[in-house]
Design a protein around this ligand. Structure first.
Ligand code: NAD
Length: 486
């Protein structure tokens, strides 16, 4: 056991309380980490606070060089990082390779963006003797609270812009996937000044809550469930914190009336089953045009039946396990509730009997579902593809928007009128036409409505970690006409 990573060293590496980190494919214990306390979180905040002044005054070009050095270290430790991610999170190796490419790319992107942006100059009321500046300044200590489904990617979308902007960070990884984060901090960020990057392991309460309630942590950058986002909002309200919230989704996928069947079935299977359906933007509801419904459903079932289930570490695996028993049991409830109300399972619908251990569940295609069922209304976060048919495109749009969420939405079509209607009428932070779940370093990602209030990536992702200050500077010695006395 290594302890917490604070001030570039291991702290509390022999605690009384610890968490056993489990491999979801085998249920074996991989490692133990401290179940941190409020005191551990406070100690990390003190370190981050002490490091802030030096880091914010470090020239941005030097900060950029240090962040590029971190990505070089990631590349030097590539295979170990990929293996750790695979063992603790469960998804297949190619998906973890991709996750790590995103992490390295995000640090490189923000290293550059951070060194060319400081604010702007405004036209002044008296241009000859005045200067008006809009300064963009780091906040201080940023608390990064991260879920388990993309432990490093979702961390990098917070940590890279926060550091590039001159903030310091205290990271609280998920209690289920802390190992890759600890490895990253130790092996790839140890050249930054002590206190700039700190990691405290443990549960949401007390560690996460200690960060949220700490007066010296002005920003909480959180990705996770709606329920935790609501709890964080309550705790942070009295302190008027800057909250950056990326919450759950219930993303829809619309199959247009003009589609090509085979590629569309492949696109949907990928969009719904990537990371075993445990992506915040996983397709969770599908609306299929009536005229293609029969052929499309057959092609989809065939596609899903060809996928190979197994441990992520095996090269033959397409779909890995779910993260844990609690999540699989909730998923199963959604499937069973739908079946009890008349849904038909076309394939899947059970724990695969060939695996005695591991949190596997067969990818499951359902029809005869409607919005009264949990599987179409609550976040399911597992390998389910529930299909409904629609008659008119207006009906499809209405169904897509019939949710409190608004993270992403996908359309397969090449009809320009349908595409324009879709991206104008659907209320979601990301719209994918034909190519689901493809992100872009420069393209802001985040949710509308109850899917959150933040944007990560792009210029917007840097702005989230910069505070705005207006400077009005007059350098003439004379008194103004409008000053007292009148
Ligand atoms: P979660 O909310 O249970 O946990 C997320 C993190 O918050 C963990 O580190 C956890 O320990 C911490 N936490 C829990 N309770 C806390 C509290 N009271 N105070 C402070 N921190 C607390 O979510 P999860 O199960 O880890 O992740 C899955 C959820 O994340 C899904 O709802 C998914 O949609 C969402 N998600 C959203 C995005 C996005 O970008 N919008 C991306 C990935 C995942």
């Amino acid at each position: 056991m290594k302890g917490h990573w604070i001030d570039n060293q291991w702290v509390d590496d022999d605690p009384e309380d610890f968490i056993e980190v489990c491999n979801p494919a085998t249920e074996e214990i991989l490692e133990r980490v401290p179940a941190g306390s409020e005191a551990n979180a406070h100690r990390a905040v003190e370190s981050a606070k002490a490091a802030f002044d030096g880091w914010r005054k470090t020239p941005a070009i030097e900060r950029a060089a240090l962040l590029h050095e971190a990505t070089a270290k990631m590349r030097a430790n590539w295979s170990e990082l990929v293996e750790l991610l695979t063992l603790e999170e469960g998804k297949p190796v190619p998906e973890n390779e991709e996750e790590l490419e995103w992490v390295a790319g995000t640090f490189d992107y923000y290293a550059e963006l951070g060194r060319h942006y400081r604010g702007r100059v405004l036209p002044s009321p008296e241009p000859e003797n005045q200067l008006n500046l809009v300064l963009k300044e780091p906040y201080g200590v940023v608390g990064c609270i991260v879920p388990w489904n993309y432990p490093l990617l979702l961390l990098s979308w917070k940590m890279a812009p926060a550091l590039a902007a001159g903030n310091t960070v205290v990271i609280k990884p998920s209690e289920m996937t802390p190992l890759s984060t600890l490895f990253l901090a130790e092996k790839c960020f140890d050249h930054l000044p002590p206190g700039v990057v700190n990691v405290v392991t443990g549960y949401g309460a007390p560690v996460g809550e200690a960060l949220v309630s700490h007066p010296d942590v002005p920003v909480i950058a959180f990705t996770g469930s709606l329920q935790t986002g609501q709890r964080i909002s309550q705790l942070a309200a009295p302190l008027i914190k800057h909250l950056h919230l990326e919450l759950g989704g219930k993303d829809a996928f619309v199959i247009g009336p003009d589609i090509e069947i085979e590629p569309s079935a492949k696109a949907l299977a990928y969009s719904a089953l990537l990371n075993c359906g445990q992506v915040c933007t996983s397709t969770e509801r599908v609306y299929v045009a009536e005229n293609v419904s029969k052929d499309f459903t057959d092609a989809l079932v065939e596609q899903v039946n060809n996928l190979r289930l197994g441990p992520g570490i095996e090269s033959t695996t397409d779909v890995g396990p779910m993260i844990g028993e609690k999540f699989r049991a909730k998923f199963e409830t959604h499937i069973q509730e739908a079946q009890s109300q008349g849904a038909q399972v076309l394939t899947g619908g059970r724990r695969p009997p060939e695996f005695e251990r591991g949190f596997f569940y067969e990818p499951t295609v359902l029809t005869d579902v409607d919005h009264s069922m949990l599987i179409m209304s609550e976040e399911t976060f597992g390998p389910a593809i529930p299909l409904m048919t629609y008659k008119t495109f207006d009906e499809a749009i209405q169904l897509v928007n019939d949710t409190q969420n608004g993270l992403g939405a996908v359309l397969r079509s090449n009809d320009a009128r349908l595409i324009k209607t879709f991206f104008e009428e659907v209320r979601a932070g990301t719209i994918w036409i034909n190519d689901p779940l493809t992100d872009n370093f420069a393209g802001p990602f985040g949710g509308m409505r109850m899917s959150g209030n933040a944007r990560e990536l792009g210029q917007e992702g840097l702005d989230s970690f910069l505070e705005t200050k207006h400077v009005h500077w007059d350098f003439s010695p004379e008194a103004k006409d409008w000053w007292y006395p009148y």
